[in-house]
Ligand binder design. Sequence first.
Ligand code: SAH
Ligand code: SF4
Length: 364
Amino acid sequence: MKPLLEHSDFDQKKSLYALLLRELSDELGRLGFPSYRAHQVMEWLYKKRVTSWDQMLTLPLALREKLVEHYSLLLPSVVTVSGSADTTQKFLLRLADGELIETVLIPASKALQGASSNRRTLCISSQVGCAYGCRFCASGLDGFKRHLKVEEIVAQILVVEQFSNQRINNIVFMGMGEPFANFDHLLRALEIINAPWGIHLAARKITVSTSGLVPRIRDFAHRPEQIRLAISLHGASDQVRSQIMPINKRYPLAELMEACAYYVKRKKQLLTFEYILIAGVNDQLEEATRLANYAKPLRAKVNLIPYNRVEGLPWERPAEAAQQAFLHELLRHGVAATIRYQKGHDIDAACGQLRRRELLATPA
Ligand code: SAH
Ligand code: SF4
């Protein structure tokens, strides 16, 4: 493959991967080119997936020269890929400033989806590190580094598709970081991912997960796209939730549930509650009953996730029987609930873990 632009170009130039079609069209107009040229550029970028200017064969040389002058096509580089193509593959990516992020590719379980299923989910990061410090999570352990730029969010999809030579048809914002804390970049990236001129992934194939930033949940309820929303609950009483999620002190459950009810009513769209099961912390049956009481009126679906062990943290997943008992308590109350067995447990697939291992191995 042809080399991309030099790193030194990165700072002065805007990334083309952060631009909306209408903006490119305006900018090219100012430079004296007709607006259909912007369509052509986006087509080369997102449909034909070229990564260098001189591959954009339908563009006149004068336009290519202008583009080179103003825009960058730099993509993150792949540092390591762990796992195998038929299980979970975890990509460690290096950004232009040297920061590391993780992106995880999860193929459909044939057993669950049927042999013909070709569902490929990409779990993408929204920040380097995370400021919210949930006690069980590897991403928050070393604090917050920075927000991802729009192009760094979009590029995760492009780089993985290029590497695996396969299209991704499902995206979850469940990698490193809190997407709603990087709200403006998130919204713009979602527009590029969803747009017919962009990556063109249907809104219902995109899920954003939040630890519960109440004002942003309300803002998101006003967005027109039918993007799915998942709330990381992990506790159904303030006492349990505050113990493991500091954000619960800022936005306690009553406020969070009010925002969820507002979202469901306003969007006419159902929510998912994510609930990690941690032995002895949040896996009591009374907690399941309380969770059912929150989920039921909202018709929220509950995803139970047996905890993935994180190096250096004391938490463990409950025994299989305790997981089943928790599940059955939810089902008994008429809640749609499943246990999501994360694949890739063996390659540190929970968010933030691979980066942490790399950072621990190569201290600055
Ligand atoms: N910050 C957002 C999105 C990223 S975290 C959020 O918290 O929702 C994505 C999901 O992975 C969250 O539900 C999070 O709680 C979960 N998670 C974090 N660490 C985990 C671990 N060790 N095992 C299992 N799930 C984990
Ligand atoms: Fe941040 Fe989400 Fe991890 Fe909490 S679970 S520390 S919000 S990434």
